[in-house]
Design a protein. Structure first.
Length: 165
């Protein structure tokens, strides 16, 4: 991201663009801000804002990416990480690897996230099955799955809001 093309505005959280920027640069700027909002120590209490940040981060991917937000006991973010990369319509997800990462970060809870490059965030049967497998595997080591969010260009779907967890 080219910070030389931005200056802080008079109101906190606003910026002025001081030189022409490309679409790619704008997307990069937006993604950098979204990553900053999903930084270590942030308490994730507003799902709508988390959805916005995730949509910005996942837009432009032409393949599925499966990620996790690793949280402490107060639901503050410890780490956000892309775990698996797939094809245009699927990603192989290995519960053992997710459990290893969650334990390595000493997580108390996780929010699972993946995108649907086609745009429709409606969870598939496979999405529901892997969520159940991950919930069972993580539950064995007392790590809660508090949500699984599917991100599409048309919006986000929360398993927790849908009652799938």
């Amino acid at each position: 991201m080219n910070h030389r093309k931005l200056t802080a505005g008079e109101v906190a959280g606003t910026y002025h663009i001081t030189a022409p920027v490309t679409e790619a640069e704008l997307l990069g700027i937006a993604q950098a801000f979204a990553r900053r909002k999903l930084a270590r120590g942030r308490k994730l209490t507003q799902p709508a804002l988390v959805f916005e940040y995730l949509q910005v981060l996942f837009q432009g991917y032409e393949h599925e990416v499966f990620s996790a937000l690793f949280l402490d006991t107060q639901h503050r973010l410890i780490h956000f990480e892309d775990l698996f990369r797939g094809t245009i319509d699927s990603a192989s997800v290995y519960p053992r690897e997710v459990v290893k990462k969650a334990l390595a970060y000493n997580s108390a809870a996780v929010i699972l996230v993946h995108n649907h490059p086609g745009g429709d965030p409606e969870p598939s049967d496979a999405d529901r099955r892997i969520t159940q497998r991950l919930k069972e595997a993580l539950g064995l080591v007392e790590i809660r799955v508090i949500d699984h969010i599917v991100v599409g260009s048309e919006g986000c779907v929360s398993f927790a809001e849908r009652g799938y967890l």
